[in-house]
Design a protein around this ligand. Structure first.
Ligand code: GLA
Length: 378
C-alpha cells in the first residue's frame, strides 16, 4: 500500500501497523452532543490513515502526506498543552491524552494520509484523532474500549487543541457500522445501529460542501455551548437533556431571551432525533425529510449557526423536490445534506451548482455518502 512505502521513504524503516478512521455525516441531531442528547450520524467512506511505528527512544516524529512530508520532531516530555498551533496538534493531543509516561512509554513515528476533505465539516479532525488513537492503542497494547478511545480523542481536542467539541464525531468515527446509521446516546455512549439503506428505497443523500468558512466557527461554537450550559446551570440540572420545553417555558424568567431560544433548539432537536429513528424504522422517508427540514429551520432561526451558503443549498434542494435538506456539523460554513429521490439527484445537484454560480459563489463540491465502517486496523 502507498502509505507503507511513503512511511519507508520518510522514516527509512517500515511501519508496525496502519489504522484508518472515517469522517462523518450527521443525519440529524446537531449541536446537542454536548448537551448529552441523542445524535444520528453515519461514517462516510473517506478516511484518514495513520501508519505508526514504536521507537526505542523518546522521540515523536510526525509527518503528513498532505504536507509534503515535513517531519515534526518532539521529545515525549515536551508534548503538553498549550502548543504552537498546527495540524499535528490533533495527533500530539491524542498521545498526551492517552498518557505519556504511564502508557505511551516510547517515542513513535507517525505518518498521516488524510483522505477526509479538510474544512468541509465532515470531521477530518476526528478522523485524524481516531486513526492515531486506534493505532497507538494497538501498538502499545492499551486495550481501551471504543468508548474510552472516543473520550480520549475528545479530550485531545478539548484540552490539548482547545476546541470545546462534543463527543459525536469521535464516537461515530470509531463505532460506525457499514450500512447503518449510529444512534448514539451522548450521555453514556450507548449505541444502536439503525439500518440506513437509501438505495433500496430509491433515495440518495447528497452531501454538498459549500466551501464557505466563516470567521465565527470557533468562537460561535463555544458561545452556543456556553449558552446551553448556562441554561442547565440556572435551572439546576446537568444538561439540556434533563429539561422539557414545559420546564423551560415555566422558568423562563430565569433565562435570557437568547438562552431560551438556544435551549429550544436543543430540546426540540433531541426529540427530532428519536422521531427520525421511528421514521427510519418504518421506512417513512417523507417524515424523515420533514424532520430534517425542521432541524435546519431550528439551526438557522433559533441556534443561528447557519450561513447564506448553507441556506442556499437547503432552499435550492427543497425547491428541486428534496424530501429534506439541512446543514450538518458545527455550521458557519461547511456542508449541507439533501435527501432526494435517486432520479432527482442529478437535477438537484445541477440546480445547486447554478444557484451558486448565479450568486457569484465558488462552485460547491458534491460527495457520495454511503454509510461505512468505523475505524479499523488494516
Ligand atoms: C462539531 C463538533 C461536534 C458537534 C457538531 C454539531 O462537528 O465537533 O461535537 O457538536 O459540531 O452537532
Amino acid at each position: 500500500m502507498n502509505i507503507e512505502k511513503r512511511f519507508f521513504d520518510t522514516f527509512s524503516i517500515g511501519p508496525d501497523l496502519i489504522a484508518a478512521a472515517p469522517g462523518r455525516v450527521n443525519i440529524i441531531g446537531e449541536h446537542i452532543d454536548y448537551s448529552q442528547g441523542y445524535v444520528l450520524p453515519f461514517a462516510i467512506q473517506d478516511r484518514t490513515y495513520a501508519a505508526v511505528r514504536k521507537r526505542d527512544d523518546n522521540l515523536v516524529r510526525i509527518a503528513s502526506l498532505q504536507r509534503k512530508s515535513v517531519v515534526h520532531t518532539y521529545n515525549l516530555e515536551e508534548i503538553r498543552p498549550p502548543m504552537k498551533r498546527g495540524w499535528e496538534n490533533y495527533a500530539l493531543g491524542v498521545i498526551w491524552a492517552l498518557g505519556i509516561d504511564q502508557y505511551i512509554t516510547h517515542g513513535v513515528d507517525i505518518l498521516i494520509d488524510g483522505q477526509v476533505p479538510l474544512g468541509a465539516g465532515l470531521s477530518s479532525s476526528a478522523a485524524l484523532e481516531c486513526s492515531v488513537g486506534l493505532g497507538l492503542n494497538t501498538l502499545f497494547d492499551l486495550d481501551h474500549s471504543l468508548e474510552a478511545l472516543a473520550r480520549i480523542a475528545q479530550s485531545a481536542e478539548n484540552d490539548f487543541v482547545g476546541m470545546p467539541c462534543g463527543i459525536m464525531d469521535q464516537s461515530v468515527s470509531l463505532m460506525a457500522k457499514a450500512g447503518f446509521a449510529l444512534l448514539l446516546d451522548c450521555r453514556d455512549l450507548t449505541t444502536s445501529h439503525i439500518p440506513f439503506d437509501l438505495a433500496a428505497n430509491g433515495l440518495e443523500l447528497l452531501v454538498v460542501d459549500t466551501r464557505a468558512h466563516h470567521a465565527l466557527v470557533d468562537g460561535g461554537y463555544a458561545a452556543r455551548r456556553a449558552d446551553c450550559e448556562s441554561v442547565a446551570r440556572k435551572l439546576g440540572v446537568d444538561s439540556l437533556r434533563d429539561l422539557s420545553m414545559e420546564q423551560i417555558v415555566t422558568q423562563k424568567e430565569k433565562l435570557t431571551e437568547i438562552e431560551l431560544i438556544r435551549a429550544r433548539h436543543g430540546i426540540t432537536e433531541m426529540a427530532r432525533v428519536l422521531d427520525s429513528v421511528t421514521a427510519l424504522k418504518e421506512s417513512n422517508f417523507e417524515q424523515l425529510g420533514r424532520l430534517i427540514n425542521l432541524s435546519h429551520a431550528s439551526l438557522k432561526d433559533d441556534y443561528a449557526v447557519s450561513c447564506p451558503e448553507l441556506d442556499l443549498v437547503v432552499e435550492t434542494a427543497q425547491a428541486a423536490g428534496a424530501l429534506g435538506a439541512r446543514m450538518v456539523g458545527g455550521g458557519f460554513g461547511g456542508s449541507a445534506i439533501a435527501l432526494v429521490r435517486a432520479g432527482l439527484a442529478e437535477l438537484t445537484s445541477i440546480a445547486i451548482r447554478e444557484a451558486f454560480a448565479k450568486s457569484g459563489l465558488k462552485a460547491p463540491r458534491f460527495f457520495p455518502s454511503l454509510p461505512s465502517q468505523g475505524a479499523q486496523i488494516i
